[in-house]
Design a protein around this ligand. Structure first.
Ligand code: NAP
Length: 338
């Protein structure tokens, strides 16, 4: 099955791999970027059949451009949402564009007669605010945005997904709405402008971490995340569905060991020693970014993708390959000094 699809946020990491796969499978893609000045740069990264890809200017916070971008499409993948590296000044800096952008994309999609709307949510909308004792999560779980561990990004993804589901139920029950909820996305890079999710690997490689904090995350490959989006766009009976896109949960010390073993001399700055929690807490007094992750120490947030495997036959690659592909591209692109 192929046709014409709109993908929001064509300058993004996940959207780029999704656009590549869609075009390789015969789709024509309309995509949005905030400013068309970046079109040539993004086309350069994507390196696809240019006749199959059209760019439109659209911002999550403005109505301009969305109707034109979706005209002629039957399917939408709404991927764009803010994912900043730094702590925002206020939670609303992320919540408002995430929620308003999702609702705007839905309104224009409904007006354009879109049949299937796939939205990129996150495990951030699933696995927070349940207390340390709960360690395993599925699509049945929802983050409690009022809990202390729900930081701005976590709130933005939860509030946006909830608002979108409520809007569809009230206004567009005929449009099939489905979410993909990825965990930490790693994998190869197109360009030096990379998603915040790769920052953890960069920090392990560049020697900026004095040791390994006791942090962990479920890792998933960007190519597998793109593939799950395509399955959600094309499989039958997707209305209301929600799919975790996650591989295994790994501690940072396990990620570091994979890097050390797989990179040889290029991994020489990867720390091997554990950073005790009290040292992380002291650093957090001086560094707002570390403050944001202090609550994550010792937490296991293991999200299961069994549902996507059962319903869609989705498969994930070995996380070692994703971690090493990320690291090798970070090094190839000169993002860490040797
Ligand atoms: P990314 O590379 O930072 O992409 C984010 C995209 O959103 C960019 O195209 C960005 O445009 C666009 N965007 C942000 N604010 C916007 C605004 N106000 N108007 C229009 N576009 C805007 O990050 P990504 O990893 O591909 O993330 C894509 C989606 O996956 C997001 O919804 C994110 O929450 C979700 N997700 C990511 C991960 C992960 O680990 N990477 C995990 C779970 C879920 P600019 O290039 O102009 O900034």
């Amino acid at each position: 099955m192929a046709g014409q699809v709109f993908v929001s946020g064509g300058s993004g990491y996940i959207a780029g791999f999704l656009i590549r796969q869609l075009i390789a499978e015969g789709w024509s893609v309309n995509t949005s970027i905030r400013n068309l000045d970046r079109e040539a740069e993004v086309r350069g990264w994507l390196n696809v059949d240019n006749s199959k890809l059209k760019f439109f200017a659209a911002d999550l916070m403005s109505d301009e451009g969305w109707a034109e971008a979706m005209a002629g499409c039957t399917h939408v993948a709404h991927v764009a949402s803010p994912l900043p590296a730094n702590k925002p000044k206020s939670d609303d800096e992320l919540i408002v564009p995430a929620r308003e952008g999702a609702l705007r994309a839905l309104r224009f999609a409904h007006a354009a007669g879109i049949k299937r709307f796939v939205m990129t949510s996150s495990v951030a909308a699933i696995a927070y605010g349940h207390g340390k004792a709960k360690q395993h999560f599925t699509e049945a779980d929802w983050t409690d945005v009022n809990s202390p561990d729900a930081y701005a990004y976590v709130k933005s993804k939860t509030i946006a997904e909830r608002a979108a589901r409520d809007w569809v139920a009230a206004n567009a029950p005929d449009m099939e709405y489905v979410t993909v909820n990825p965990s930490l996305v790693l994998g190869p890079l197109f360009a030096a402008d990379f998603s915040t999710s790769l920052e953890a690997i960069k920090k392990l490689l560049d020697g900026s971490l004095p040791g390994l904090p006791n942090l962990g995350f479920s890792v998933v490959d960007v190519r597998d995340v793109a593939d799950l989006h395509v399955r959600c766009l094309t499989a039958a009976n997707m209305a209301g569905e929600r799919f975790v896109a996650a591989g295994p949960f790994l501690w940072m010390r396990e990620v570091a060991a994979i890097l050390k073993e797989g990179l040889g001399p290029d991994g020489k700055k990867v720390p091997t020693r554990r950073l005790p929690n009290f040292l992380v807490r002291i650093s957090a007094l001086f560094d707002p970014l570390i403050r944001q992750i202090v609550g994550e120490l010792d937490n296991v947030r293991d999200t299961s993708a069994q549902h996507a495997k059962d319903v869609l036959g989705w498969q994930t690659r070995d996380p070692k390959a994703s971690i090493l592909d990320t690291a090798r591209d970070i090094i190839r692109l000169g993002l860490v000094k040797s």
